[in-house]
Design a protein around this ligand. Structure first.
Ligand SMILES: Nc1nc2c(ncn2[C@@H]2O[C@H](COP(=O)(O)OP(=O)(O)OP(=O)(O)O)[C@@H](O)[C@H]2O)c(=O)[nH]1
Length: 231
C-alpha cells in the first residue's frame, strides 16, 4: 500500500526537523530517532515483524512491500523517550531497485530476516549482507539476525545450530521468533528493544526531532506509509 502524496524528500526533511518550539528562545526539545532497516527475502515476514512491534499485533493481511514502508514507535529507555523507526524494505528485486540508495542513508542498525521454514531465504543472507556492505554499512553498524515463523514447528528447514553458526561467523546475535505467535521467550518487542538498548549505549545520534510531534507519528502508525519512485 502506498500514500502517493508522500515522497522520500518529505520523509528525509521530517527526520532532520530541528526547529525551536513556537515563541520560545530555548533550544529545541529533541527526541532521538533510531533508524533501523529490516532486510530479507520477500515473504520472510518483515512487514509482519515491524507491524507486530509497532502496532502490537499480527496484521490480518499483507501485500508485497513496494519500495519501502516505515513504522515508528516511541519507547522509553532509562527515562529517555526514543523514537524507533523501522524501515520495512521490499524483498522483491523489482520493487527495490529505485529505492535502495535512499533507505541505506543514515542507518543506525540493520535487522536481517529469514524464514525458518524456507532454506532459500537463509541462503540469501550473504547477498543481503553484501548489499549492505556496498552501501557502506559494515560491521560498525549494529546488526542482528532474526529467524521468523517459528510457530510453524513442523515445517522448520533451518535449524538453530546452523543459523547460530552463521550468526557467529558474522558477529551478529541470533533471535528466533514468530511475528504471528511469539511466546515469552522470543517476543518480537524484546528483540527490537535489544537493538534500541544497544544503540542508546552508543554515542548520541545525529537524527533528532522535536518532542511534541506525536500527531505525525500517530498518523504514520495508523496508516502504513510507503514511498515509491515516481519514475
Ligand atoms: N505462520 C507465520 N506466518 C507469517 C509470519 N510472519 C509472516 N507470516 C506470513 O508470511 C507472509 C509474508 O509476510 P510479509 O510480512 O508480508 O513478508 P515480507 O517479508 O514483508 O514480504 P515483502 O514485502 O514481499 O518483502 C504473509 O502471508 C504473512 O501472514 C509468522 O511469524 N508465522
Amino acid at each position: 500500500a502506498s500514500l502517493p502524496d508522500r515522497n522520500m524528500s518529505e520523509m528525509e526533511s521530517s527526520l532532520e526537523l530541528t526547529t525551536s518550539l513556537p515563541g520560545s528562545s530555548l533550544p529545541p526539545l529533541r527526541s532521538r530517532i533510531f533508524k533501523i532497516i529490516v532486510i530479507g527475502d520477500s515473504g520472510v515476514g518483515k512487514t509482519c515483524l515491524t507491524y507486530r512491534f509497532c502496532a502490537g499485533k499480527f496484521p490480518e493481511k499483507t501485500e508485497a512491500t513496494i519500495g519501502v514502508d516505515f513504522r515508528e514507535k516511541v519507547v522509553e529507555i532509562d527515562g529517555e523517550k526514543i523514537k524507533i523507526q523501522l524501515w520495512d524494505t521490499a524483498g522483491q528485486e523489482r520493487f527495490r531497485k529505485s529505492m535502495v540508495q535512499h533507505y541505506y542513508r543514515n542507518v543506525h542498525a540493520v535487522v536481517f530476516v529469514y524464514d525458518v521454514t524456507n532454506a532459500s531465504s537463509f541462503q540469501s543472507l550473504p547477498a543481503w549482507i553484501e548489499e549492505c556492505k556496498q552501501h557502506s554499512l559494515g560491521v560498525e553498524v549494529p546488526r542482528i539476525l532474526v529467524g521468523n515463523k517459528c510457530d510453524l514447528r513442523d515445517a522448520v528447514r533451518v535449524g538453530t545450530d546452523l543459523a547460530q553458526k552463521f550468526a557467529d561467523s558474522h558477529s551478529m546475535p541470533l533471535f528466533e521468533t514468530s511475528a504471528k505467535n511469539p511466546n515469552d521467550n522470543d517476543h518480537v518487542e524484546a528483540i527490537f528493544m535489544t537493538v534500541a538498548h544497544k544503540l542508546k549505549s552508543q554515542k548520541p545520534l545525529v537524527l533528532s526531532q522535536p518532542l511534541g510531534t506525536e500527531s505525525t507519528v500517530q498518523l504514520q502508525q495508523e496508516h502504513k506509509s510507503a514511498w515509491v519512485c515516481g519514475c
